[in-house]
Design a protein. Sequence first.
Length: 189
Amino acid sequence: WLVLALVGLWSLRLGGYLLWRNLKEGEEDRRYRKMRESTGEGFWWKSLPKIFWLQAALAWFISLPLLGGVDPAPPLGWIDAVGVALWLLGMVFEAGGDFQLAGFKADPANDDKVLDSGLWRYTRHPNYFGDFCIWWGFYVLAVAAGAWWSLPGPLLMSFLLLKVSGVALLEGDIEERRGKYGEYKRRTN
């Protein structure tokens, strides 16, 4: 029940945030728009294997700690407490980072500036760091339930966040949009 409650809270928070952001901005995420434009005609059918089947496969691997962590047999112990603490740290950084960034972007005076206060002074991507901690927290909970074999889940999520769809994708062109980002990048983890 603990794992189900934590993944439910995480899902509600992330889903609610994405819904709010999309309704507020009223336009598609620029990364998805770019992907659609580069694919050309027939995106609707080309996207089925390229995006949706791929995401389904990734979700299966990433969710391995959830599958292993729902074992009701072992009593909760100190390893579970470590997993929950890591999850909580992640939720604070992910939700806090998103909240701070939304407030920063809401001010037109910040259009060419870089957010470097709050959680953003500790890491260039507190929301990705938070997601990283959340999934490693789920893994620790899975280990407490005996599911050490679910390690591919957080490893894959870490790789995706750092090298594919998270940091690498976002930082690919951010210096073009925000001129002082290079300086921020040099001084911030």
